[in-house]
Design a protein around this ligand. Structure first.
Ligand code: MGD
Ligand code: MGD
Ligand code: SF4
Ligand code: MO
Length: 854
């Protein structure tokens, strides 16, 4: 892309984002792009060549990129634009501005070019260059020593979503290596969806049903759309992404659809597409939903319209339903299921809970008046939403994962599922279960990782605590699980799983979740800085990120554009599937090596190189895996060899049939039982009833079998923090970055400037106007950033895009919290390390803060 058109586009994007001051973006955008290194003095200019590569960041699309270069140096990066661009036939898989900024990212001044070893105190960022041989030797020696002194459970391979290669990705390489040397501690869940998975297992029985809702294209057949924290136009921005699918489905809708969006922020997924924006307070969706359901029950609508659905397909609506479930489970032939009967309390049913009857008489009814005071949505709007749901024949209800990344987010997600059940219409065309829509990926072969001799995993969010006290982690206190999965998922956490040791070695590859993306950055940094706790940290990245500064050994990886590999369309590219066979004409910067070559080098030092490589080079593996991929896709015309496929670059596949959630179960519930304890949809989760009775919870946490709104730490109603920190601060995934990725690209910082969004009421109280420098703080830390005053956020709420790079003040300036100010504006300086009650997931959107002029 031409520099000028990029600037125009970034200016347009800046205005669309309504960040600060977009009046004169064209003239402000005067910074020159990075100068790529000059590698030739040849007076005869080299010809420009083009290679297919891909953007392998974690936004769910892996857009193909066309990389133009001369003599091994990138000249420009463009997108796929060869086709006629007919939606659903040959639509262009256009990259967003992040992918298109890859030239600047590739040559960023903070690129890592040599293996390095820490010299100063850990975290201070002082390194010396070492040879690859020294790096391999040190890492291999430490793997052996930690294995001997503690055991393989003390070697933890961390989460990292920066490089979705088909071949040399971090799991295929590092997991394969470590499985050959005694094993390692792995994690279950991810930072994205931990609470969603746990919610889905409790309500619908199966983790992966959480991303198998009805296809977005089914919105075309729907007469009501209700989205909770649903923002595909900022989080799935690819030409093949869900954002485009969503807009197209609305465009082709002939059902006079009404669109309700429930979000504390007016997002780009609205822009007038919505009829109603319900500006909710973060963390209060369950209260809103309870009041909507109160309208459904109290009006008699449920009795007439949904009761037979609830009786046939669900457990827990009323006392009779739970009494029946108790009898059925007492008579169940499988002892594990049978023992759950003791935990079922028929008085704890949803009907009584919502109407404030029986056991819940003292609590009172969940009326619109009650909910409005909590969630900030007016009574009138709550009643109108309930009316819309009662009128609709084909309600499509869905939720993004933002609502789950909260203190009680597991249950907020269950509340959405329950709302979908209460409509009594799941299984029809146009209707959804509340889950995220199903997407299709291009089937692709990967290098096998082997079997991990370590048979326990920890919830991903708990790794930092496992460095401090992992040896006391058990299944019932910290969510440790055996590695069994699949049909027994509801059973695996009812076990005696325990961790034998604290984590002593961390391998962090293609991730910035050591300090930046994990919660409570200041406290986490202190844990990492203590060399007596974690004895070695290995980081493999392409740039000097905040997490890379905490490395003992720092390994420079080649970038996507420098790699020979392949990638599919990842996990959120809607109903188009594709495969990019990547090639490169670039000279990798410095001594960077691929993850495959890095792990192969370590494998040699550990005497397992042959087993690791099976004697194959990268090219040979790609050829082998290409052939396997080809065999998996007989419907796609693919050339004979990997090399020819690299020339062609891109392979597409349309997925013909839309998915309708639970159609099979609704048609024949006995033949298609759910994997819940009862085999049905559970409004009252029987496995949660067991957990509520048997788990050891953190102070203040609560597990309820029903999806209840509860008052949480740092929530809207939290009595402990609401006076000192009167503003609710909620994060979101900004289009200016993918998490922390692309933060170091000046073009992107210019296009979407970081700013904390604040409602005019709170701004006025503080004398703040757009562009003012502010400090945002709570008991955990202080960040400094700028403010954007806008009615695009709920009153009393501040919103901040997550992922800015943690940068504690170099001259040790201390903020109102008593901590060194983070001048980078990293949201995680303010987030709490407090795993959610059920999933033990990351509640990073639940925060309370104070904001002042800096
Ligand atoms: N541009 C961009 N795209 C991305 C990413 C990125 O960083 N940048 N990250 C990718 C990844 S890995 C993931 S997991 C997904 C994340 O996608 P999501 O999990 O959907 O993203 P979030 O931005 O956290 O939340 C979505 C919306 O929920 C709203 N929200 C937050 N709290 C609440 C609440 O309590 N109630 C309601 N009703 N709404 C709430 C937010 O304002 C936001 O608009 O995005 C992916 N795509
Ligand atoms: N406060 C708050 N925190 C959050 C979230 C939130 O909503 N709020 N969201 C959470 C979610 S959903 C997620 S998924 C996580 C994401 O957390 P991460 O998985 O850490 O994602 P990124 O920040 O994108 O980091 C990717 C890393 O990979 C590196 N990288 C890129 N390309 C390559 C490569 O080719 N090779 C190697 N070796 N490295 C490469 C990048 O430089 C970067 O350091 O963050 C979580 N953190
Ligand atoms: S939409 Fe996602 S995969 Fe595509 S270019 Fe943008 S960040 Fe990369
Ligand atoms: Mo994520």
């Amino acid at each position: 892309m031409e520099r000028r058109s990029f600037l125009k586009m970034s200016a347009a994007m800046s205005c669309a984002a309504s960040v600060v001051g977009c009046g004169s973006s064209d003239t402000r955008s005067s910074s020159d792009p990075e100068k790529p290194p000059v590698t030739t003095t040849d007076p005869q200019p080299a010809a420009e060549v083009v290679n297919w590569s891909a953007c392998l960041v974690n936004c769910g699309s892996n857009c193909p990129l066309k990389v133009y270069s001369k003599d091994g140096v990138i000249t420009r990066v463009s997108s796929e634009h060869e086709t006629a661009d007919t939606y659903g036939v040959d639509q262009q898989i256009r990259a967003c501005p992040r992918g298109l900024s890859m030239r600047q990212r590739n040559y960023a001044p903070d690129r890592l070019t040599k293996p390095m070893k820490r010299v100063g105190p850990r975290g201070e960022g002082q390194f010396v260059a070492i040879t690859w041989d020294e790096a391999f030797q040190e890492i291999a020696a430490k793997i052996q020593q930690v294995n001997q002194d503690y055991g393989p459970e003390a070697i933890y391979c961390h989460y990292g979503t920066g490089a979705y290669y088909g071949f040399a990705n971090n799991k295929s390489t590092w997991h394969r290596l470590l499985n050959l040397t005694g094993g390692f501690l792995n994690h279950h869940w991810d930072y994205s969806w931990a609470g969603v998975y746990a919610a889905c297992m409790a309500s619908y029985g199966y983790q992966w049903d959480s991303i198998a809702g009805s296809s977005l294209s089914e919105i075309a057949n729907s007469d009501l759309f209700v989205g909770f924290g649903f923002n595909p136009n900022e989080i799935r921005m690819s030409g093949s992404g869900e954002g485009y699918d969503f807009v197209k489905a609305l465009e082709s809708n002939q059902q006079n659809i009404q669109v309700y969006m429930v979000d504390p922020r007016y997002t780009d997924s609205m822009r007038g597409l919505e009829h109603h924006w319900l500006a909710i307070r973060p963390g209060t969706d369950a209260a809103l939903i309870e009041a909507v359901i109160y309208q459904l029950i109290h009006s008699g609508w449920v009795n007439t319209n949904a009761k037979s659905f609830l009786d046939t397909y669900c457990v827990g609506f009323d006392k009779a339903s739970l009494e029946q479930a108790k009898r059925d489970i007492e008579a169940h032939p499988e002892p594990f299921i049978q023992q759950h009967a003791q935990y079922i309390d028929p008085d704890d049913n949803y009907h009584d809970y919502i109407l404030g009857l029986g056991k819940y008489a003292a609590q009172g009814a969940r009326t619109a008046t009650w909910a409005a005071a909590i969630c900030g949505v007016t009574e009138t709007d709550i009643v109108a939403l309930a009316d819309a749901i009662m009128t609709a024949q084909t309600p499509y209800i869905t939720a993004g994962a933002g609502i789950s990344r909260h203190a009680n987010g597991d249950q907020a997600t269950r509340a959405v599922y329950t709302l979908a059940m209460m409509t009594g219409k799941i299984g029809r065309s146009g209707v959804n279960s509340g889950a995220m829509p199903r997407n299709y990926g291009f089937p692709m072969a990967k290098m096998p990782t082997g079997t991990n001799p370590v048979d326990v995993t920890i919830p991903v969010f708990t790794w930092s605590d496992a460095i401090v006290r992992g040896a006391s982690f058990t299944g019932i206190s910290d969510g440790v699980r055996y590695t069994a999965s699949g049909a027994v998922e509801n059973k695996v956490d009812n076990n005696t799983a325990a961790l034998p040791h604290n984590i002593k070695m961390v391998i962090n590859c293609a991730g910035n979740a050591l300090v930046n993306q994990h919660s409570d950055s200041n406290a986490t940094a202190a844990i990492l800085a203590d060399e007596s706790l974690c004895e070695m940290i290995v980081v493999c990245d392409c740039w000097m990120t905040p997490s890379a500064r905490y490395a003992d050994i720092l390994l420079p990886d080649t970038t996507w554009l420098e790699s020979e590999d392949y990638a599919n369309d990842s996990y959120a590219s809607g109903q188009l599937a594709y495969l990019t066979m990547m090639s490169s004409s670039l000279k990798p910067l410095g001594d960077a090596k691929s993850m495959y070559d890095i792990c192969s080098g370590i494998a040699e030092k550990l005497g397992v190189q042959q087993a690791f490589t099976e004697g194959r080079t990268t090219q040979q593996w790609c050829e082998e895996l290409y052939q396997q991929t080809r065999a998996k896709n007989p419907d796609v015309v693919m050339p004979e060899s990997y090399a020819e496929a690299q020339q062609q670059g891109l392979f597409r596949k349309h997925v013909p049939e839309a998915h309708i959630a639970y159609r099979d179960y609704i048609q024949d519930p006995l033949a298609n039982p759910r994997q819940t304890v009862s085999g049905k949809f559970e409004i009252y989760s029987i496995s949660l009833a067991r957990k509520a009775a048997t788990w050891t919870l953190n102070a203040g946490d609560l597990i309820t079998p029903l999806p209840q709104y509860v008052v949480t730490w740092d929530g809207f109603e939290d009595p402990a923090t609401r006076d000192d920190y009167p503003i609710q601060l909620c994060g979101y995934h900004t289009k200016g970055r993918t998490h922390s990725s692309f933060h170091n690209v000046p073009w992107m910082r210019e296009a979407v400037e970081d700013a904390v969004w604040l409602h005019p009421l709170q701004a006025q109280e503080r004398g703040l106007t757009t562009g003012d420098r502010v400090v945002v703080f709570n008991a955990r830390g202080t960040i400094r950033t700028q403010v954007k005053v806008t009615p695009r956020v709920s009153p009393g709420v501040a919103m901040l895009g997550q992922g800015a790079w943690y940068a504690p003040s170099q001259n040790q300036e201390v903020g109102p919290s008593g901590h060194v100010i983070d001048t980078g504006g990293c949201l995680n300086v303010l987030t709490k390390y407090h795993p959610s009650p059920i999933a033990k997931g990351n509640p990073q959107h639940t925060n309370r803060v104070q904001i002042q002029k800096a």
